[in-house]
Design a protein around this ligand. Sequence first.
Ligand code: ADP
Ligand code: MG
Length: 358
Amino acid sequence: MDTSVFRLDGVTKRYGDLVALDNATLEAGANEYISFLGPSGSGKTTLLRVIAGFEAPESGRVYFNGKDITNLPAHERGIGFVFQNFALFPHLTVIQNVGFGLTHGKSGLSAAEIERRSLEMIELVGLSGMEGRGVDQISGGQRQRVALARTLTMHPKMVLLDEPLGALDANLRSRMRNELRAIRERLGVTFVHVTGSETEALAMGDRIVVLDRGRIIQVGTPDEVYGAPASPEVAHFLNRFNLFDGTLSGGTFNGVFGAVPSPQAIPSDRSVYAVRYDRMQVLPVSAKVSGPSIRARFVASEYLGSSMMNFFEAEDGHVIEMEHHLSLGAAQEFEPRQDYLLTWNPDQAIVFGREASR
Ligand code: ADP
Ligand code: MG
């Protein structure tokens, strides 16, 4: 039995010569929160537009609730979409904006019922009391909530959100993240959330779908993706790993930090050695270490609330980041412009590479 809510099967979308989506295959279960993560231009918006029906793929099929909807018009799909640059109607009030789709569509609902539903969604997104205001009399974050409520009043079976938190400041963003999850749980529908922020993807998603140049390059839970990125590109997008180029030969990785036995390398076109920021240790230069190590100068640190990020610069100019989780104890203090020895347990590194000798 097909238990997925939606499924993409080999979807390809081109704009002229540009392949915006390259053979994308993906499945989402009911009640999931899925994050699409990828750099700008990787095809995230295109993927949402194909699912919503604003864009027809050149090849491949789209299924929703067990039905092939590839050729079904967008308004018949029952899929809600909150656009990246959502536009509200500036001359309408909050409640008029929220009820717009019901008032002007084919809902057939009475004015009283439309008002009831609109007020319910206004409450859900935390805007009770503001229903009579003009949308130019509320903040950017509140306008974002109006856009969400406007989509939710249509009772979509799935909600697509295109970088919904991008325009908000950091505080508001983390509050909205929690609220979006809570809203999704109350409604019991699948949410697909597009973001360019790895922090957001790791925080929000039951599963993360990583896109690069139109391809889905990894799908997994945040723990799976963070713990075992499938390629150097994924490790790069996650922004949680120091990446070192080098060569892999005979089960040994050679990098600026020395030669390290790496029998478990993940096959890849590029030979890259990845160490998580929070797996680095900092020692005085006089320390004796048996494993890999690299000499680097302390540049600066940054307090992130639950952790401290420390930035070092190696002799070749490579910036190396070390994260200390403050739950593990007070942070080390480092002297500006002093050299230190950075080291790590090689068992915790992730090595990508193509064996040069084979
Ligand atoms: P993202 O949302 O990940 O930033 P998009 O899906 O918007 O990426 O774009 C993927 C690629 O397709 C980009 O190279 C973009 O320039 C191109 N593209 C998107 N929409 C169009 C369009 N309507 N016409 C031509 N090229 C487009
Ligand atoms: Mg986009």
